[in-house]
Write a protein that binds this ligand. Structure first.
Ligand SMILES: [Zn+2]
Ligand SMILES: [Zn+2]
Length: 135
């Protein structure tokens, strides 16, 4: 059987599994990721084959002014998902620390560093981009 990777929110009410990951994962310093995570940066990873296993009624969505959609747990407030404006429901990135096991992903960049607060230092070992990744 194909391996799946499981994760959950802080209260455990929401549990999910994914079948695979995108090859890229970045620490994002944009003001929206920082607010959403309540942290110095947010780290999201693209996933494939997402299944919500339990707690679907607890999933809440916040649609920001720019049309991006962020998913979180209505009970414990855990940040869970991010979708670009107009993205299909399956085209989602998940907050990387919600996984409950090791995953085959390595952080490979720091993005939107122009919005980084001064109290936080960049990681010198990772490429940094002032806005999104240059292509
Ligand atoms: Zn929860
Ligand atoms: Zn961001």
């Amino acid at each position: 059987m194909h391996k799946t990777y499981k994760g959950s929110c802080l209260c455990g009410g929401i549990q999910f599994a994914v079948a695979g990951f995108s090859q890229q994962a970045a620490h994002c310093y944009c003001s929206m990721c920082r607010k959403f995570h309540g942290a110095a940066f947010g780290t999201l990873v693209g996933v494939q084959g997402l299944q919500w296993l339990t707690g679907k009624p607890l999933l809440k969505e916040f649609v920001a002014a720019n049309g991006t959609v962020r998913t979180f747990c209505a009970n414990c407030g855990s940040s869970l998902g991010f979708r670009s404006k107009g993205a299909l429901p399956g085209d989602i990135e998940l907050a990387i620390s919600t996984f409950d096991e090791e995953i085959p992903v390595r952080i490979d960049a720091q993005i939107y560093t122009a919005y980084k607060p001064a109290w936080c230092q960049l990681d010198a070992s990772l490429p940094a981009f002032k806005e999104g990744r240059s292509r």
